[in-house]
Design a protein around this ligand. Structure first.
Ligand code: URA
Length: 241
């Protein structure tokens, strides 16, 4: 792949802008400036590393990213009342068409996946796929066994015809609920907890499939997902599909 196309594919702007970056000597390959936009960069394994304005990048055919979403950010690119989660990511990711895999409410924290791989986004948002998602909900009233049983057996949400049941519902603490759900309906956890007679005060997503939010990823930070992470995501409860 030529250098201009490589930069373009990685979200460094229009073809013209990418040519400009190269011509201005702002791109280095193997530590050396490269000023020829037509220079051939072989896409080998491991993929080529390059620098733009001194920042190291690695070529990735598709981008898969995990973000530890803070409260006060909307998942939309075009947010209504808060900043967008895209403010937390390098502009190259937005430029190459990365989108969030499902949505978290603005006040929900924790694991959010983003990708520009349409098939991946579709697979992880499709209700048919039934990917377990583990949430931690801090609730207003002490949890009782009846509420947990109702969540497991299924509660009818306003406007729905079939009950929604949690795959698992555990009390981690008097007011801390661990809830595993398969679908991703609008405000699903908050509505389920309300229907079971309690109220969510804080919500955090801890896990999707077999991939847990890394403890080392601080709020507002993101990281690339590697092949092992993607394999973990496809696992259900630690088992391969
Ligand atoms: N369920 C909710 O109610 N909100 C979220 O952000 C995610 C799941």
């Amino acid at each position: 792949m030529d250098l201009e196309t490589l930069l373009f594919s990685q979200g460094f702007g229009s073809r013209r802008q990418c040519r400009g970056l190269v011509a201005e000597g702002r791109v280095r390959i193997g530590g050396e400036p490269c000023t020829d936009p037509r220079a051939d960069i072989p896409l080998l394994t491991p993929p080529p590393a390059f620098e733009v304005d001194g920042h190291a990048w690695t070529y990735r055919e598709k981008a898969y990213v995990a973000l530890n979403k803070p409260a006060g950010y909307e998942c939309s690119r075009d947010p209504q009342h808060h900043l967008s989660v895209f403010h937390l990511l390098p502009p190259q990711l937005g430029e190459r068409g990365v989108q969030s895999v499902g949505r978290l409410d603005q006040d929900t924290t924790g694991l959010l996946l983003l990708s520009d791989d349409g098939a991946f986004v579709h697979a992880f948002t499709s209700p048919k796929r039934k990917v377990p998602k583990v949430y931690l909900a801090t609730v207003r009233h002490p949890l009782d066994d009846d509420q947990l049983a109702r969540l497991r057996e299924g509660v009818l949400l306003h406007g729905e015809t079939k009950p929604s049941a949690a795959l698992a519902a555990h009390r981690r603490d008097e007011r801390l609920l661990e809830l595993t759900v398969l679908e991703g309906k609008y405000h699903q956890v908050k509505r389920m907890v309300a229907a079971a007679g309690n109220r969510v005060e804080k919500l955090h997503r801890e896990r999707i499939g077999g991939y847990a939010l890394p403890a080392s990823l601080a709020e507002g930070e993101w990281r690339w997902l590697d092949e092992n992470d993607l394999a973990a995501l496809r696992m259900k409860d630690g088992r391969a599909e």
